[in-house]
Design a protein around this ligand. Structure first.
Ligand code: ACM
Length: 544
């Protein structure tokens, strides 16, 4: 080919490319109403088409398998609240229907879904219950924000025609709520869980015990809640070391969840595709437990006097007493029977320096077992606890400290890295399934920005919405999790404020592929879609 022809060829290819690009550019906008994506978290594949589906009381539902039941019930109940009508379920496919169709293979991965909206019908395809649920959540995000209200006055909904194919990046998309430092009602815990579900989060980590309160009924040991769930004047847990953080010094604060209430919350979460992981924080962070049962959990000859980093005195269970293991075996037995999830979280964080240093029982244990350091004693404790969990058919989850030193816990134990991302990388390298929860990015109890006017903790760096969004976890992590510790959460308004809108960023980092991350586009979707929805539910979010 001559040089001239080559150039001509190049020009015409370029010309054709430009022409088609131009057609592609003008065609949808010239003929169809423009649609912009407002979905959070951003789906993997999304294309808008011409037209829309009109949903009203005459719309029906169809399903060809049982695994869409959670999704259908959820959609029906929200439509009932927002519109006052209940969509009926038909036995056969027909026009103007929302169809839930089971697929034999997963859409990308577990929890994936396809959502197709046209003017004739809506199709949600999935391989599992979670996939149907998330397809439905996406559908509800494309409906007016009033879908989250309860005022029963919107009768017609327009949903843009589209094709969506989507699945999560990480299988663990969690939120932790500390109900020990400040107690939250069953009603609020349910709200917390429901809001997680609206953004496709799937692990509720329930921090049920700590120094300031034991919040789970254990039938073997009633004093755990009779004594350990009450603090303030006239109680055995009278401390309120920082009144600004822990409420009024003059007020008794009490509260715990009964076993039926816990079952109710687990079922509520399950219906929203959320597993509940309970945390019993051991052996430190246990002032409530050791106050309730000192004879079982403390060495009477231990003269050690120490304070935790939170300034709580002598708060640690003694790991050298057989009564400790009998007690914990009984506790774990009840916890394991209550919670169906495979993991139980046993804490392991921040065992105070000086704990057990003068305990003759611990000294004897160290001599007998050849343990050289305090870390060795901690590892001994967790090896035994891991065996107890195994006996009850459960796996161990713990904060990063449980794999410090020469740990012998099972490799299948789940590690939560909280001090920094590096700790998570280390746990991954050691072969543990690892959840990244670094304080610098994902502790929602920290202030958004440094200011006296802002609620929240100040002991780490501020965690702005943008900071959360900027977090890039390693692909090999099991997932990510935000933590809402409750020392400063004196009421649910503060809890809402600290959680929202940061939870939206958590959702997108946990779910969406990295290539879809775009801060400016995310902010736009927050404003256009999410904030009106938070408002419709009267969530006290932080504006920006
Ligand atoms: C922690 O923040 N102590 C896990």
């Amino acid at each position: 080919m001559s040089k001239e022809k080559k150039i001509k060829g190049r020009i015409s290819t370029r010309y054709l490319f430009r022409f088609f690009s131009f057609l592609l550019f003008i065609f949808p906008t010239a003929n169809y109403p423009a649609q912009t994506n407002t979905i959070i978290p951003h789906p993997r594949v999304l294309t808008f088409k011409e037209g829309h589906f009109t949903l009203d009381r005459s719309t029906s539902l169809y399903r060809n398998s049982g695994d869409s039941l959670h999704a259908i019930t959820y959609l029906q109940s929200h439509l009932r609240q927002a519109s006052g009508f209940t969509l009926s379920i038909r036995q056969v496919p027909e026009e103007r229907q929302i169809r839930f169709l089971h697929t034999d293979t997963p859409i990308y991965t577990k929890e994936g879904y396809i959502l197709i909206v046209s003017d004739k019908n809506i199709i949600v395809k999935a391989h599992d219950s979670a996939g149907f649920f998330y397809g439905t959540i996406t559908l509800m995000q494309m409906m007016d924000a009033q879908i989250w209200s309860t005022n029963k006055n919107k009768n017609v909904w327009h949903i843009p025609s589209c094709y969506i194919k989507d699945a999560p990046h990480y299988p663990w998309r969690g939120m932790m709520l500390d109900v020990s430092r400040n107690f939250f009602s069953v009603a609020y815990v349910k709200k917390f869980i429901d809001r997680m579900a609206q953004y496709k989060l799937n692990r509720f980590h329930w921090h049920l015990t700590d120094d300031e309160g034991w919040r789970i009924e254990i039938r073997h040991y009633p004093l755990l809640t009779k004594i350990g769930a009450r603090r303030g004047p006239g109680t055995k847990l009278p401390f309120s070391t920082s009144p600004a953080m822990r409420g009024s010094k003059n007020q008794v604060q009490s509260g715990y969840y009964t076993q039926p209430q816990i079952r109710e919350i687990i079922a509520y979460a399950k219906a929203r595709e959320i597993e509940v992981i309970p945390e019993i924080d051991l052996p430190g962070h246990a002032k409530a437990a050791v106050t309730a049962y000192p004879k079982l959990l403390l060495d009477p000859e231990d003269t050690s006097r120490y304070r935790s980093v939170q300034k709580i005195a002598n708060n640690t269970i003694n790991p050298a007493l057989e009564s400790t293991y009998i007690f914990l075996d009984n506790v774990i037995g009840e916890v394991a029977a209550l919670f169906p999830f495979r993991y139980i979280h046993l804490g392991g964080d921040e065992v105070p320096k000086g704990a057990w240093s003068n305990s003759p029982a611990v000294k004897e244990l160290m001599r007998h077992k050849g343990l050289k350091t305090r870390k060795g004693v901690e590892n001994y404790f967790f090896t035994r606890m891991d065996r107890i969990l195994k006996k009850h058919g459960k796996k161990l989850a713990g904060w990063q400290e449980v794999i410090g030193g020469r740990s012998k816990i099972r490799r299948s134990s789940l590690i939560m890295a909280w001090k920094n991302p590096k700790a998570g990388y280390r746990a991954i390298r050691q072969g543990y399934p690892t959840v990244m929860a670094p304080v610098q990015y994902l502790y929602f109890d920290q202030q958004y920005l440094r200011s006296k006017k802002e609620p929240g903790h100040t002991w780490s760096t501020p965690v702005s919405l943008k900071k959360v969004y900027s977090f890039t976890p390693p692909g090999s992590a099991r997932g990510i999790q935000a933590c809402l510790w409750s020392e400063t959460l004196l009421n649910t308004k503060i809890a809402d404020y600290l959680a929202w809108p940061r939870t939206l960023a958590l959702s997108e980092v946990a779910w969406s592929p990295k290539e879809k991350k775009n801060w400016h586009d995310f902010r736009r979707r927050v404003k256009q879609q999410a904030l009106p929805r938070l408002k419709a539910q009267q969530i006290h979010y932080r504006g920006y």
